[in-house]
Design a protein around this ligand. Structure first.
Ligand code: MLT
Length: 327
């Protein structure tokens, strides 16, 4: 088919409303990527790595906008209020798009139907970390310390419903404690205070803790996965450290507002997949201990089914912990 025929076919498709005209030339201007936490945390770090590579593929800047608050649900709500034109996307995660359903009785969005799913970005291990001065040198000593200091221990997290909140909630339920919690606008700022010894411990994603553990500025007692994390090979698994019940995997997902044209979702998915296949991106995410999506999770349909399964998984866990954002 020669160029003239291609133009004619494209025009016919547009005229038939099969592909919106805007989708034909998309993107023609910068794209905003909402990150629902403060700069410097795991969501922000992964987003900036992926956004940079997507910009190259799309030929337009992907500009990060940090919209923090309410465990990430403020940023997710903000995205649902944007035009579904492909120029507003976000990175959500286990907290904003799964645990939030049970934690926020008045959640202002449906994590599945109020979004167009673009694809899973990465999965992440969770580590139990503590300030250097905390008087425990392994997980068993940490658990004993936490039980003995339950009323005064300060657990940092990124707000009710955040990953750092919900994964420590899971740990507390297994240990049987209800310590103080100190919310931050992201675990970037929380990590600063952990390094400074201003808070006692943090359940956080490997991409945020790996650099600090390697630098020796914080302690990591265990990684809550079946296998050790390649980025921190000396940190034992929770099973090796005597707490096999505590295993949890969290994830980041790329989303657009519902109603974003399929052709634009497809184009964004192509840019995401190209970014995740970029050698530089793979190397940077591997160094931080992040894992790339497997199977069909990096596809819109695969992500939608995954979100539905994750909501079904996390809802009873949160309800059993007896916590909602209002208490
Ligand atoms: C969280 O849910 O804890 C977030 O990942 C924190 C962050 O990215 O700042």
């Amino acid at each position: 088919m020669n160029r003239r025929h291609i133009i004619a076919a494209t025009a016919a498709a547009v005229m038939a409303g099969v592909v919106p005209a805007a989708a034909q030339t998309y993107p023609t201007r910068p794209i905003t990527m909402i990150i629902p936490f403060a700069a410097g945390g795991p969501t922000d770090v992964v987003a900036r790595i992926v956004a940079e590579a997507m910009s190259k593929n799309l030929g337009q800047s992907v500009v990060i906008e940090n919209v923090a608050g309410a465990g990430g649900t403020t940023g997710a709500t903000r995205l649902t209020q944007q035009q579904p034109d492909g120029y507003s996307i976000m990175i959500g995660h286990t907290g904003t798009h799964a645990a939030s359903v049970a934690l926020y009785p008045n959640l202002r969005y449906n994590p599945v139907t109020d979004f167009a799913q673009i694809g899973l970005v990465n999965t992440n291990a969770i580590l139990i970390t503590a300030k250097k001065a905390l008087p425990a040198n392994n997980l068993s000593e940490f658990v004993a310390w936490l039980k003995a200091n339950e009323r005064t221990a300060n657990n940092a997290h990124a707000g009710i419903g955040s990953v750092s909140h919900t994964t420590c909630l899971l740990l507390h339920a297994i240990i049987g404690v209800k310590p103080q919690s100190v919310p931050y606008r992201g675990t970037g700022p929380a990590m600063n205070d952990l390094v400074a010894g201003q808070v006692d411990y943090l359940c956080d994603q490997v991409v945020n803790v790996a650099p600090q553990v390697r630098a020796g500025t914080i302690k990591a007692f265990a990684v809550a996965q079946a296998a050790r994390n390649a980025a921190l090979p000396d940190v034992p698994t929770t099973a090796e450290a005597g707490l096999p019940a505590y295993q949890v995997v969290v994830w980041n997902a790329m989303l657009a507002p519902k109603g974003t044209p399929d052709a634009i979702v497809t184009r964004l998915n192509q840019a995401l997949v190209a970014a995740l296949n970029d050698d530089g991106v793979k190397a940077r995410l591997a160094e931080l201990g992040a894992d790339l999506p497997t199977g069909n999770l990096a596809t819109p349909a695969g992500l939608r089914a995954f979100l539905e399964a994750e909501i079904a998984k996390w809802t009873p866990v949160i309800k059993a912990a007896g916590v909602t954002a209002s208490n």
